[in-house]
Design a protein around this ligand. Sequence first.
Ligand SMILES: [Zn+2]
Length: 232
Amino acid sequence: MRRSKNPKVIMVMGPPGSGKGTQAELLAEKFGFFQWETSSIVGGVIERAKKGDFVKIEGKKYFFEEQQKIRQKGLLWDGIFIFYFTKKKIEELAEEGKGIVMSGSPRTVAEGKALILLLKKLYGAKNIVMVVLKLTPKETLWRNSHRRECELATHSILYTKETEKLTRCPLDGSKLICRKDDNPEVIKTRLKRYQEETSPVFETFRKQGIRVKEINGEQSVVDVFSDILKAL
Ligand SMILES: [Zn+2]
């Protein structure tokens, strides 16, 4: 993997529908940083494992087959199990001199505390930035209830000024339809979880000497991106 010029860790946070994934993608592209995806990092390890393989963490055995089943049932992996592979991958990236862009991670203070110590040790506090995309609850609910996806590949299309008149997927041209799982109750639950569990992470990071920058998320994708670049 190519080394990054000035390896940093950028963490993009925001409520569902804030477009944090899109911004993370743009940042990773611009700086040549690694785009972090917890589920594909842990999932990749599990998929490559052979029958009967396990990993022993803090005295407990985790069999990959069982973890695969947990995933298939849509249940959550144990935090200790996730962190074990997170740590391995981050150490590998730091060793290669590669920057990292994360979106929506860490989700809780507990996850954040372990992660920040590791990142500070490997990258240094001054090279870590947390970017928080601010969206009013009203805007969050509006955007999520208007989110669409394409018929062919379920590409998610965020509701913004640029996309409101789209009728076809920009990537494959298939028709755009409303997302089935985006009913108001599901969205409210996700927003509540963000406010109660994820928001306190910002203060935890501030206390650890990390720059936490708030960005107006109710702008177009390109304007949000340009504000993020200024904040870095
Ligand atoms: Zn598509």
